[in-house]
Design a protein around this ligand. Structure first.
Ligand code: UDP
Length: 267
């Protein structure tokens, strides 16, 4: 049997053909289900056991997981939250004007973005930080075409400062940017295994939904992402994969299309 690669023809015997086809099958099996993802990382996921701020070991472990996903050839954009540093007007024991608090919250996400950039570059993953609030000395401004170009070149793009507007959340910013960069899915990393019918940390026996519709999430008031983010995803049919961040390898599993956590879609 002759096989032609470009201008070269090779003659293969039966065994070589069989080996070739089994290798082809293997590599087919290993192809990621999503080639461009937007990962939403809450500020909380960076804080580790200390319960606030940024934990070195935790952020290093996340960077290493992301490196594995990056090696699969997946284009990765990340929207990072800020709740580990400042929660805007929701900050406990701190009465502050809503917009001012929200701007402070957005600035907190920039700190996280820079920490994540440093952690990723330490494990040899090239990155760019793009902020929705301009700060030229620190990072790039968000420019949609520029972020897709970075992704095509294999750089991880970290989005900072949410949407740049108060009264929004980084969940909504994640949904917005996912649409803008034409991501194939939003990966929402949480501290529980997926979406439950009740808070699994408080209600023993709470039921996990493997699949659920956007409408059900909104109607049942399930705490996945805020309703603005969910309805944006619903209008644009953007799948959301919700999974436990504390289980090592979960980002990779989700990207490969393996059954992990919950999936939110239209049907
Ligand atoms: N924020 C905002 N506009 C945005 C994104 C975030 O005003 O587009 C503010 C808001 O105050 C929010 C804070 O930034 O509480 C931190 O973001 P978020 O709470 O979404 O972070 P997470 O809970 O994911 O860590």
């Amino acid at each position: 049997m002759f096989v032609t690669i470009g201008r070269v023809s090779l003659r293969l015997n039966g065994r070589q053909m069989a080996k070739g086809s089994s290798l082809a099958k293997k590599s087919e099996k290993k192809r990621p289900a999503y080639h461009r993802i937007l990962l939403k990382l809450s500020g909380e996921s960076l804080q580790g056991p200390q319960g606030f701020g940024i934990d070195g070991e935790t952020i290093h472990a996340i960077a290493k997981e992301l490196r594995e996903v990056h090696k699969l050839g997946v284009q990765i954009a990340i929207m990072v939250g800020g709740g580990n540093i400042f929660r805007g007007a929701r900050q406990k024991g701190f009465e502050i004007d809503r917009a001012t608090g929200d701007y402070m919250g957005m600035l907190a996400t920039v700190l996280n973005a820079l920490a994540l950039q440093d952690a990723l570059e330490k494990v040899d993953v090239h990155t760019r930080v793009q902020s929705a609030i301009e700060m030229h000395q620190v990072c790039e401004p968000f420019i949609r075409r520029r972020s897709t170009r970075h992704l095509e070149k294999g750089r991880v793009v970290i989005f900072a400062a949410g949407t740049g507007n108060p009264y929004f959340s980084t969940d909504t910013a994640a949904a917005l940017r996912a649409m803008e960069i034409k991501a194939h899915a939003i990966l929402k990393a949480t501290r529980v295994d997926g979406i439950y019918d009740a808070d699994p940390e408080k209600v023993p026996g709470a039921k996990l939904f493997e699949r659920i519709t956007y409408l059900d999430v909104i109607q049942k008031g399930l705490a996945v992402m805020d309703s603005t983010a969910i309805s944006l995803c619903m209008d644009n049919r953007m799948p959301i994969l919700v999974f436990n961040m504390n289980t090592p390898g979960n980002i990779r599993r989700a990207v490969m299309g393996e059954k992990v956590g919950s999936t939110v879609t239209a049907e």
